[in-house]
Design a protein around this ligand. Structure first.
Ligand code: HAM
Length: 437
């Protein structure tokens, strides 16, 4: 039997409705904040991700799925390396949405000089070659936003406020979520801070793991997130980002917190929060659900240098993304659900083969009126049609027998109360609409 790849999921039934519900909530809430939807391709040039996410990140080095056409794959096998490939032949499945949206913003000039900011949201599948486990998939779904061209700290605060409102509207109890925030500085103050952390790791080289020693050279801040408990204990004494901010970054961070306080959004400051993607500058944030044990259910931050890294004009940016699968798990752990009820339907039952044409017309008329309508396509008996209607959760059954068809009427049977009334066929759609609301 063919099987799906480990770490991927089929979305159908209630789970699919849950994903659609999440998008509906996003559309309404993000729309009120002025965001429009965007969809970028699932594959991009490798460079788009390398430039933005960072060559030294785990996402780029270990997790990005690389894509080649069948013909190129053959060449690669023969050549034994990708040396001969042109940049545009080196492709990858998107591991996240920000780099692609920013690439699109550069390509289509979404934020011309002096123009209003671009505000975009997306709901897309992402791909990361991680070891599959609960809440950690190789193909997962994110809803995310990117706000380009807004340097003001109010944009950071509004993004976070909108994110927390999103969780609330999805059914989370805000008291069971933890929002952590930090500022990672900018091009003016981060290089010196990075150097301080590198020196700290090297000073403690005999206590740190091999990975951290490698990180010291390529990405020292990632050592704050080392999976090794002892490394994390050592890093607890490392210099903190918030103690090393330049005046502008410190002021920006203070303003973000002031706006969050004014809006009554609860947060904890975590000066070791560094996030796994290199493009962040200044504000970063992450949200964890206290129940469910699925890790972060969302995260984001400011990326003021990313547009330039992707070849555009200097343009600030801020955004976040949340993971659908983790949210579904975390919400279930709180006793909630993202699932919406199955849509109501109406079943048109056929008493005998002579009435089949009448059923066909009635079914079309009901569907034309926007009513979800089912009928029998297997020549079942009337009794088993009623059974099927029950199974489908039909609220009403329209019964067409020879007497009804001759009299130009239909019998409407309420599947709960079993009450029956007759209505003229010409009035059927209006009657059914009125009854199922
Ligand atoms: P991220 O923190 O890498 O950020 O991912 C955001 C969310 O996606 C996570 O909090 C988690 O809920 C979900 N997620 C990540 N990896 C997996 C996985 N393997 N399986 C299931 N869910 C996962 C970003 O992706 C940034 N692009 C967010 C952003 C937008 N920053 C600025 N703008």
């Amino acid at each position: 039997m063919a099987q799906r790849i480990q770490g991927t999921e089929d979305l159908f039934g209630g789970y699919m409705r849950a994903w659609q519900h999440m998008q509906d909530v996003a559309r309404e809430l993000f729309g009120a904040y002025g965001f429009d939807m965007i969809e970028t391709p699932a594959i991009e040039q490798v460079d788009t991700f390398v430039h933005g996410i960072g060559e030294s990140t785990d996402v780029v080095r270990k997790e990005m799925f690389r894509v080649v056409s069948g013909a190129l794959f053959q060449n690669l096998l023969e050549a034994g390396s990708e040396q001969g490939l042109k940049a545009k032949q080196r492709m990858a499945m998107r591991p996240e949405g920000t780099a692609g949206v920013v690439r699109a913003a550069v390509e289509h000039n979404f934020v011309p000089q002096g123009a209003a900011p671009a505000k975009l949201w997306y709901a897309e599948a992402m791909f990361r070659g991680e070891r599959p486990q609960k809440g950690r998939l190789r193909q997962f779904h994110q809803v995310g936003v990117e706000w380009l061209g807004a340097p003001d700290a109010a944009a950071d605060a509004e993004c976070i406020i909108m994110l927390m409102e999103f969780y609330k509207r999805l059914g989370f109890d805000p008291a069971k979520l933890r929002l952590s925030i930090n500022s990672m500085g900018d091009a003016a103050c981060r290089p010196a801070y990075r150097e301080k952390v590198r020196a700290f790791i090297l000073d403690h080289a005999d206590e740190m793991c091999e990975d951290c020693l490698e990180r010291a050279e390529i990405n020292p801040l990632r050592s704050f997130d080392c999976k090794n408990d002892h490394c994390r204990e050592v890093m607890a004494a490392a210099p903190l980002a918030t103690d090393n901010l330049c005046d502008e970054c410190a002021e920006h961070y203070a303003k973000v917190k002031q706006y969050l306080d004014a809006a009554g959004v609860a947060y904890v400051e975590d000066p070791t929060l560094v996030r796994g993607l290199d493009y962040y500058t200044r504000t970063v944030f992450e949200v964890e659900a206290l129940e469910g044990g699925v890790g972060a259910i969302g995260g984001g931050g400011r990326f003021d240098g990313l547009m330039e890294l992707e070849g555009g004009k200097p343009t600030p940016g801020i955004g976040f993304a949340v993971g659908f699968e983790r949210i579904a798990l975390a919400l279930a752990a709180q006793g909630g659900t993202l699932e919406t009820p199955e849509p109501t339907c109406v079943y048109v039952a056929c008493a005998g083969s002579e009435q089949r044409d009448a059923v066909f017309s009635a079914t079309l008329a009901l569907r034309e009126a926007g009513i979800r309508t089912e009928a029998d396509y297997q020549g079942r008996s009337l009794k088993s049609q009623f059974k099927q209607a029950d199974k489908l959760g039909a609220r009403l059954c329209v019964v067409l027998g020879s007497d009804e068809v001759a009299a130009g009427v239909a019998t409407l049977r309420d599947m709960e109360t079993h009450e029956q009334v007759q209505v003229p066929i010409a009035e059927l759609a209006r009657e059914v609409s009125a009854r199922i609301g």
